[in-house]
Design a protein around this ligand. Structure first.
Ligand SMILES: Cc1cc2nc3c(=O)[nH]c(=O)nc-3n(C[C@H](O)[C@H](O)[C@H](O)COP(=O)(O)OP(=O)(O)OC[C@H]3O[C@@H](n4cnc5c(N)ncnc54)[C@H](O)[C@@H]3O)c2cc1C
Length: 513
């Protein structure tokens, strides 16, 4: 089992990793390969070891909103859905311990976009090496987990749209395609191959690795511009200063990394002053550039029960490129073998006993949001204003309308059509662009991909929070490595990109093999 630090008021390690989540697990694991390096991981949640509820991939939905979820609300979204709750995992492995583990290497065009935006050294060619290093068991959805209706969705989509059928989305770059996903899991027992399972569980007995569980980091310790460590509160309420001889690695995720910086006085000076937080370092980009993949949903009732087998109930998907000039896919769909009616039910739609859903999402959304504090109290959750569907020419909203239309075409095609009894939401009477747009936005959900709030950029980019070496601009001894550093959103699900950020961070620290 992970260690607990012995009580006391100060502890010193070579490196302090704040957040034992997706990227943090990678970094702690790699740094402690060197037995002469000591690392402390500060993790707000408990261990995932022996937790079948966490480790069994197919039980992911049961974790949302529960005791292992920080559960962040959004601010009112005048053009979207104000009721979205953003799940963020409070457990070792972070969101890789409660997500669906769909595993996509970001596309070359995604990395090249980062490089072009000022993230020097993060282009597709140099990043390829980090994918090869990943320890996770990344495999295609196993044959036994391929549900008959999901297979028929793949066939129907392929026949309707004439897109390639893809077997192994990570084998080569794609712009369009339909097929079963690659997942980071062990098909024989449906066990997660999360960041913690792959990177920490085999090494929990390393004497140089200390994991402080259920311990909350609430303020960074700085001496002038040098980060020296972090103040934490343990489960028992004890306050400890955890010191870093070499570096602090901030890996608390796209919500909690900027949150900790802001509470430490690092962020837009005017906002901090307004809340009475002493300004330590004026960094205007902290909390800006809040990105996400918004999605909508279309739900059908099926003629009867669907076979039980599945890896995690959303095992297949589709990528479309509507604009042939677009560098990658510009519309994506997850196919769910369950009726995903949480948001439609709020509008009065019913949940059918048996059903399926397609969730069109926007791979490259254009709306940008902002995270900010509303109180100087570190216990108060930050405000997440995604500004969903606020981009100038409504590209985001129109993309979801296109998605619903395409989903309907697929549903009309065999072999999927004969499974389906009726369209439940939005329902066959909702057909015009205007009404479809209103529906798509009112039931919009998140694919749970917040990113970008401490974005990486060039030295002359005033809104960049970290430089291409992941160092916080204007400070020493502290880097950020998690989804918050993403300058732009990859077209695909981001977890593999986050793991690769972790691997690259280790090289930047100089601790790589
Ligand atoms: C429900 C869901 C499904 C998803 N499905 C997929 C998918 O299938 N494929 C995909 O690619 N992506 C998916 N994602 C997104 C992906 O999981 C995340 O983008 C990624 O895991 C984020 O990694 P991270 O390292 O940035 O943060 P996290 O993994 O969230 O790690 C942050 C860690 O820091 C800890 N922490 C935070 N603040 C503090 C603090 N102050 N003190 C101490 N500890 C702290 C947290 O407890 C957590 O362990 C999904 C996300 C969710 C929520």
């Amino acid at each position: 089992m992970p260690e607990q630090a012995t009580p006391g008021h100060e502890h010193t390690y070579d490196y302090v990793v704040i957040g034992g989540g997706t990227a943090g697990s990678v970094i702690a694991s790699r740094l402690t390969e060197n037995p002469d390096v000591t690392v402390a991981v500060i993790e707000g949640g408990p261990s995932d070891v022996d937790r079948e509820d966490v480790l069994t991939l197919r039980r992911w939905m049961g974790l949302l909103g529960g005791e292992l979820d920080y559960d962040y609300p959004t601010t009112r979204q005048p053009r979207g859905n104000s009721f979205i709750r953003h799940s963020r995992a409070r457990v070792l492995g972070g969101c890789s311990s409660h997500n669906t583990l769909i595993a996509f290497k970001p596309l070359p065009s995604d990395w090249d976009e980062w490089e072009a935006s000022g993230a020097k050294g993060w282009g597709a060619v140099p990043m390829e090496a980090y994918y090869a290093r990943l320890r996770n068991n990344i495999v295609a959805v196993d044959e036994k987990d391929r549900n008959a209706i999901a297979r028929d969705f793949v066939d129907a989509a392929q026949a309707t749209l004439e897109v390639p059928r893809v077997e192994g989305f990570n084998k080569k770059p794609f712009t369009e395609g339909v097929g079963f996903f690659d997942l980071a899991y062990h098909p024989e027992n449906n066990k997660r191959s999360s960041a913690s399972v792959a990177y920490l569980h085999p090494f929990l007995d390393r004497p140089n690795l200390t994991i402080l569980l259920e311990t909350w980091a609430y303020k960074l310790e700085l001496e002038g511009t040098r980060a020296r460590g972090v103040h934490v509160r343990t489960k028992d309420g004890e306050e400890i200063l955890v010191r870093a001889e070499n570096e602090v690695l901030l890996c608390a995720g796209a919500v909690d990394s900027p949150r900790l910086l802001l509470h430490s006085g690092i962020g837009p000076a005017r906002d901090l002053e307004a809340l009475g937080i002493p300004v330590v370092h004026d960094l205007p980009g902290v909390g800006e550039n809040l990105l996400d993949h918004p999605e909508s949903v279309i739900v059908w009732e099926t003629n009867g029960p669907i076979p039980e087998n599945s890896a995690m109930d959303s095992d297949a998907g589709l990528f479309v490129r509507r604009d042939p000039e677009h560098p990658g896919p510009d519309l994506m769909f997850h196919f769910y073998q369950v009726p995903f009616t949480d948001n439609p039910e709020r509008l009065g739609y019913e949940r059918p006993a048996h059903g399926v859903s397609m969730t069109p999402n926007i791979p490259k959304p254009r709306s940008r949001g902002r995270l900010y504090l509303t109180s100087a109290d570190p216990a108060e959750k930050p405000a997440l204003d995604f500004r969903y569907f606020t981009d100038e020419d409504d590209y985001d909203g129109r993309t979801l309308v296109d998605g619903i239309r395409i989903a309907r075409e697929i549903a009309k095609s065999e072999p999927l059509a004969s499974w389906l009894k009726r369209e439940v939401a939005p329902g066959p009477d909702v057909t015009g662009d205007e009404e479809l747009g209103v529906y798509a936005r009112s039931v919009a959900h998140t694919v749970y991909h917040p990113a970008g709030t401490c974005r990486m950029g060039d030295s002359d980019d005033q809104l960049a929070v970290v430089d291409p070496e992941l160092r916080i601009r204007g400070l020493d001894g502290i880097r950020i490595a998690d989804a918050s550093v993403f300058p732009t959103m990859p077209a695909v699900n981001p977890m593999i990109g986050v793991l690769m950020v972790g691997e690259k961070c280790v090289d930047l620290i100089g601790g790589g093999e």
